[in-house]
Design a protein around this ligand. Structure first.
Ligand code: FAD
Length: 482
């Protein structure tokens, strides 16, 4: 199938606003009011027009750039309280950014609170917990926890922020064994629209605690999370790159093999169109390849070897390593890019991965097709990911056995092509779709209704009731707002 044969009209990048709109959304404020804000917070304040504003709010996914009316670089919870109160007093909606890995739309004209200066990590080895402040990336937690033989439920890249990742579900390489990261939250320190800091637990406010774990940034700004860690120092894990020519053989082998694995194993597989970058080893440079990821967190290395063995013969191996790995080296499983890049992305859950599903996926986006997608990924879910934790939460899409996720360049030249192609691939897979999608993988949305559709109707109703109670005026409406 070629690009032009994909169904549907090209869709514009829904979340890019033009300059004329941005201008109307960038109000000025009396200088004295801005001075008051500067006095009341410890971190820097940048108003529109100030040098440093753009750098303060810069994203990792540079496809989306934020143009807030004002930004506060929070250094502590009190700064967040002051920023939210000031914003509400000035009729501003409030956005939050930690690392910029997950912008959904330009937070134009907002008060943007940046949290990257909030870097506290405290590990309690006795209780096997960590208290993690809002700006912390997984890398720091994994390194600090490893000192005590513990690990957090990090995702494919430890460069991602703990808080944003966890509130959106948090699907990582230990997922089938331990569930979503959101399932391991013990307490949420949250600044709500009234400017108050609350410590939310299952005991203090069961409904808000349910909602914020999976409902992401819709209820306020989290200043810190208390999370459970799991006892683990090493796993048997890695990734294998197969030749793109063998994509059909590898994907069909994968779909038959993955369901036979125990919950100790979490896997995914992706068709990757690698850029022709010098930094990449020659077998991968500029090639379309299939990347199998494998993470075994059980105790028996021999078992791990025998579990991965059948896949080693599934196609021509270009490069790869699967073996013992420390928990703070887990980025080597997915090998995600580290440097900022422009990405358009979209995910969907699948209820089944039948032979025909794989054929349709290959016909829509396999190596033999000319599509501008960098990655088409299948993640195996199930296991603990399918079960609610002891204190249930609102993570969307729980229970589906598979997820498909597409990612392409989020650049203006392809703004009408990549979303159309990406959505076209997902449309082709719709016969196997399962309801919902964890917000972290929802990607591009046209608005609140598409976010709401990521949840079951009863869940959205319940989430919206919590939202009305804690944020009746809709102060927090950026990110994946429903
Ligand atoms: C390379 C890469 C790999 C990824 N791998 C995985 C993966 O394996 N599994 C997975 O589940 N996800 C994964 N993600 C998705 C990622 O978890 C989400 O994009 C997440 O939102 C990123 O959070 P952040 O704070 O780093 O990003 P930011 O862009 O800073 O924040 C994104 C959103 O998170 C929310 N948020 C952030 N901080 C706060 C806060 N203090 N209070 C309230 N809300 C907040 C807000 O809604 C905000 O808009 C990946 C993303 C990238 C770019």
């Amino acid at each position: 199938m070629s690009l032009t044969e994909l169904p549907g009209e090209p869709e514009p990048l829904a979340l890019v606003l033009d300059d004329a709109v941005l201008d109307t959304l960038a109000p000025g404020f009396p200088a004295a009011d801005v001075d008051d804000l500067r006095i009341s917070v410890h971190g820097p304040v940048f108003a529109a027009g100030d040098d440093g504003l753009a750098a303060e709010v810069t994203t990792w996914n540079v496809a989306i750039q934020h143009t807030p009316a004002i930004a506060v670089g929070a250094t502590r919870a009190a700064d967040v309280c002051a920023a939210v109160s000031w914003a509400v007093a000035h009729d501003l909606r409030v956005a939050v950014q930690a690392t910029g890995h997950g912008p959904v739309r330009n937070a134009a004209g907002s008060m943007m609170v940046t949290t990257r200066r909030m870097q506290g990590v405290f590990i309690d080895p006795e209780r096997r917990t960590a208290r993690v402040e809002a700006g912390v990336k997984w890398k720091r937690v994994m390194e600090a926890a490893a000192e005590f033989g513990l690990a957090g439920l990090c995702g494919s890249s430890s460069d991602v922020g703990v808080v944003g990742y966890t509130l959106g579900g948090g699907l990582g390489s230990l997922g089938r064994k331990h569930g979503f990261a959101a399932d391991h939250v013990l307490a949420v320190e949250l600044v709500t629209a009234d400017g108050e800091l609350r410590r939310v637990t299952a005991a203090s406010d069961a409904e808000l605690f349910w909602a914020v774990r999976g409902g992401k940034g819709n209820f306020g700004i989290v200043t810190a999370l208390e999370i459970e860690l799991v006892p683990l120092t090493t796993l048997y894990a890695g990734g294998i790159f197969f030749a793109g020519d063998d994509a059909a053989a590898v994907l069909h082998a994968y779909r038959a093999w993955a369901p036979t694995l125990p919950e100790d194993v979490t896997t995914s597989v992706a068709v990757l169109r690698m850029p022709p970058m010098e930094e990449l080893p020659p077998p991968l440079r500029g090639q379309t390849v299939v990347h199998l990821r494998f993470a075994y967190s059980g105790l028996d290395e021999a078992e791990a070897e025998s579990l991965i063995a059948p896949m080693k013969g599934a196609g021509t191996i270009l490069l790869g390593f699967v073996g013992p790995m420390r928990t703070d080296e887990m980025d080597a499983i997915h090998m995600d890019p580290v440097d900022p890049l422009p990405a358009w992305e979209k995910g969907m859950l699948l209820g089944d991965l039948a032979a025909e599903t794989v054929d349709v996926l290959l016909a829509a986006a396999g190596p033999q097709v000319d599509v501008p997608l960098v990655m088409v990924e299948l993640r195996q879910l199930g296991g603990a990911l399918a079960r609610q934790p002891e204190a249930p939460n609102a993570v969307a899409g729980r229970g589906a056995p598979w997820m498909v996720f597409v990612l392409g360049p989020g650049i203006p030249e392809l703004a009408h092509v990549v979303p159309a192609v990406g959505r076209g691939v997902l449309r082709a897979l719709e016969p196997w779709a399962a309801p919902g999608c964890p917000l972290n993988h929802l990607g591009d949305v046209s608005g609140p209704d598409e976010v709401a559709a990521a949840y079951l109707p009863a869940t959205v109703e319940r989430l919206r009731a919590v939202k009305r109670a804690v944020d009746p005026a809709g102060v927090f409406t950026f990110g994946h707002a429903f």
